[in-house]
Design a protein around this ligand. Structure first.
Ligand SMILES: Nc1ncnc2c1ncn2[C@@H]1O[C@H](COP(=O)(O)OP(=O)(O)OP(=O)(O)O)[C@@H](O)[C@H]1O
Ligand SMILES: [Mg+2]
Length: 331
């Protein structure tokens, strides 16, 4: 089956002075799927979205939306897309309903179309009761939902969502995922950025991992995981020194490259249980006893760790995030 490409980019580059925010990004987003752009803070996700939605011009490279060049045909592209940016673009002084109607007017939909559309979207996003309150009385999650609803007013075939679920509680996040799936079910192409590995894994048919302005992996989530082994063994050693010792030994003895972070050693493998026995045997011979051992199916966070040497959303210079703020999809 041949699927057409809804969004494409070749060698997309953006420099802000001496800072290179995007460094030769290639993307091909098939029509009718959720494509996840996954990366930590500052990776270049928003910059990519802003170029693809004609807000920013690239320094080099080119991009197309449904076959239209974002630099040469920005007006055509704007007519084909919806965008919910990272920061809410709705007017806090208007009500939810007024905001959606305003978008309808701005996108030149006829009144008989945008009025019912606004009502329908308020309903769908659980904002019907709040529709006639000014947005400044909304919670953060309500604003976020209104923002996504606003992007949907003109019924665009291609939708860009920049971190759509950041700041949403788990129930609202699930509800939004459901809506995104529904949209894709009706043929919409969705490009979303996320720092949540679980989100990319659960929602996206394809994921590009972006780090420091470069795509470092681009695949189906399942294949990304498979490339790095089906299972991950995690050994928590009593301290960092012993973790380093264990990492060295494992790397030397087995054809697996372990990752070490603080006192934890992780090894990705296709035959996790066999390797686990061998690894424990090796450590035991050297009187190294892990504090705890877990074996789990590799998550995208493991993929990220293996690709970049650090956890997603946590650049090497960063302090480790508080445990409650961990953005990984692992249980
Ligand atoms: N207008 C600008 N002027 C100068 N630098 C910028 C500008 N916009 C973005 N940058 C820089 O470009 C890099 C990429 O930023 P971008 O906003 O694309 O990252 P991001 O992946 O969206 O991050 P986050 O997850 O924090 O939203 C960052 O180093 C940022 O500081
Ligand atoms: Mg961003």
């Amino acid at each position: 089956m041949v699927s057409s490409t809804a969004i494409s980019a070749q060698g997309l580059t953006k420099r802000f002075g001496s800072l290179t925010a995007l460094d030769g990004v290639d993307l091909a987003v098939p029509a009718g799927m959720v494509f996840g752009l996954l990366g930590p803070n500052g990776a270049g996700k928003t910059t990519a979205i802003r170029i693809l939605t004609t807000i920013l011009r690239p320094t080099a490279g080119r991009a197309e939306v449904l076959g239209h060049d974002v630099v040469r045909e920005p007006a055509v592209v704007r007519g084909l897309i919806g965008l919910a940016g990272q920061y809410a673009a709705v007017d806090p002084n208007l009500t939810g309903r007024e905001n959606l109607r305003l978008i309808g007017r701005l996108t030149r939909l006829p009144r008989r179309r945008f009025r019912p559309r606004a009502d329908e979207l308020l309903e769908r996003f659980g904002l019907a009761d709040a529709g006639d309150r000014t947005v400044r009385t909304y919670s953060g999650g309500m604003r976020r939902r209104l923002d996504v609803a606003a992007a949907l007013v003109p019924h665009p075939p291609v939708l860009f969502l920049d971190e759509p679920t950041t700041g949403l509680d788990p129930a609202s996040r699930l509800a939004l995922w459901e809506m995104i799936r529904e949209l894709v079910g009706t043929g919409t192409t969705v490009l979303l950025t996320t720092q949540y590995l679980e989100e990319a894994d659960r929602l996206a048919g394809r994921v590009a991992v972006i780090s420091a302005g470069r795509v470092i992996a681009d695949d189906e989530p399942a294949l990304l995981k498979e490339r790095l082994g089906n299972t991950v063994i995690e050994l928590r050693m009593p301290d960092e020194d012993r973790a380093r010792l264990a990492t060295g030994m494992i790397a030397q003895r087995f054809a697996h490259a372990p990752e070490q972070q603080d006192a934890v050693v992780r090894i990705a493998s296709r035959d996790g249980s066999r390797l686990l026995l061998d690894v424990l045997h090796l450590l035991d011979q050297h009187a190294l006893t892990p504090r705890s051992v877990t074996v789990h199916e590799s998550s995208l966070d493991d993929v990220f760790l293996a690709l970049t040497g650090h956890h997603a959303g946590n650049t090497p210079a960063d302090d480790p995030p508080p445990s409650g703020a961990r953005r990984a999809g692992s249980p």
